[in-house]
Every structure is written in C-alpha cells, then in structure tokens.
Design a protein around this ligand. Structure first.
Ligand code: HEM
Length: 199
C-alpha cells in the first residue's frame, strides 16, 4: 500500500493539471488562430480550400446588426458522420454573437464552432456594428476536416480577411448610442427634479 502512494500522488496531480494544458482538441472550438490558421492540422493552408464570410457590409451603419454566413469549401470529402469542419472568427470592433447552439463566443470575444457545430461546414452568426467612424477588420480561419478525430494532413485549412468601413457619426447615431442612458435620465432624473422643485 505504501508503495502505491507516490503513484496516486502523480495521478491526482496530472488530473488536476489536465484542463489548463488544453488537452481538449479544437473540435470543441478554438480562439487565437484566426490570422495564423489551424497549423496543427497541417503546416500550410490547403491548396483548394477556402473560407468565406457573406454579409459583411462594405460600409457599416453604427449599432446595426448584420447576419453573417460562414462558408467552407474544398478540402477532404465530407465524412459519412462525425466532424466535418470548424472555424475561428475575430472582429477588431463591434460585437459577435451566436444565432444558434452550433457556435459560441470565446472569452476574448472571438467566435468559434461548438462541438455539436463541428459536424458541418457552414454557420450563421451575427455582428453588431460599433458606434464608431473607424474601419473594422475581420479575420477568419476555417478548417475542413476528414472526421478521423485527429489533427492530420488529411484536414485542410484556409484563412481570409475583410474590412468594413465606418461612416461619419450623426447626431441620431449618438442618440441611439446613448438612448438607454437618456431614457434612464428621463425616467428617474425628471421626477427627482420635479420633486425637488415642489419642496
Ligand atoms: C481555427 C483553427 C482550428 C480549427 C477550426 C480546428 C478544428 C478542429 C476540428 C473540426 C477537429 C475535428 C477533426 C476531425 O475529427 O477530423 C479538430 C481536431 C483537433 N484539433 Fe483542431 N482546429 C484548429 C486548430 C487547431 C490547433 C492550432 C491545434 C493544436 C494546438 C488543434 C488540435 C486539434 C486536436 C488535438 C484535435 C483532435 C481532438 C479533437 O477531436 O478535438 N487544432 N480541430
């Protein structure tokens, strides 16, 4: 029994260390690779693979919500069942959000596929434009996989990037930007002012 103790200690500590070392593969989603690509799945991008985002406006309207379609093409044949693809999307400004359970927003505000969403090669997501006049850059890595549950050369990835330009902010933009605060001021501030006048 005494001899078992060191083995038990090693086992327990490795179990505690497990999540932080990121052993879970990226069929559960990935962040931080939208510019470099899915390099564990092959050193270079696939020769006939592409990742496209449909719906990014050339010039965005502040505060507007845009529906974006992410489409992978090329790469290995779709597996009968199981994993077929994944992606990692980043926008330099504005807010990305999911439209369904096949995608999620990561800690850094990037977007990626859920495990249940790794069985497809197209996804729908949303982007809410910022209240800004600056341009916004989108970078995306898409991975077309063969479903062997391994990051192998059988998988092919691609990267692409897009720019959406801002336009001059008008008074109406500022009003809608701060509409919630303005409503609160009117709802709570005005009665207080009226009350204080009565005293
Ligand atoms: C944005 C980039 C990436 C995407 C979209 C992605 C997507 C995927 C997908 C869909 C699978 C399932 C593969 C299959 O069943 O054939 C997978 C597996 C895997 N990937 Fe990635 N990957 C990316 C980058 C990476 C990187 C950089 C690493 C290493 C740090 C990695 C490590 C793995 C591992 C270990 C597996 C096998 C375990 C599993 O099924 O999760 N991937 N990845």
């Amino acid at each position: 029994m005494i001899a078992m103790r060191p083995i038990l200690i090693i086992l327990l500590s490795s179990l505690l260390l497990l999540p932080s070392s990121g052993v879970f593969g990226s069929s559960h989603g990935m962040e931080g690779y939208s510019e470099t690509g899915c390099t564990c799945h092959g050193e270079n991008a696939g020769s006939d693979t592409s990742v496209e985002i449909i719906g990014i406006p050339s010039t965005y309207n502040s505060g507007e919500v845009y529906e974006l379609s992410i489409v992978l093409a090329g790469g290995p044949e779709e597996a009968e069942q199981g994993h077929r693809g994944g992606f990692n999307l980043k926008a330099s400004d504005g807010t990305l959000s999911s439209k369904d359970s096949t995608t999620y927003v990561t800690e850094n505000g990037e977007m990626t596929h859920e495990h249940s969403g790794a069985n497809q090669r197209t996804w729908l997501v949303e982007w809410t434009a910022p209240f800004s006049e600056n341009e916004v850059t989108f970078t995306i890595a898409g991975n077309v996989v063969d479903g062997d549950h391994q990051p192998t050369d059988g998988d092919d990835w691609a990267v692409s990037d897009y720019t959406s330009f801002g336009s001059e902010l008008e008074l109406s933009d500022r009003v809608s930007q701060f509409s919630e605060i303005l409503i609160l001021i009117v709802l709570f501030g005005l009665p207080l002012v009226l009350l204080s006048r009565k005293k």
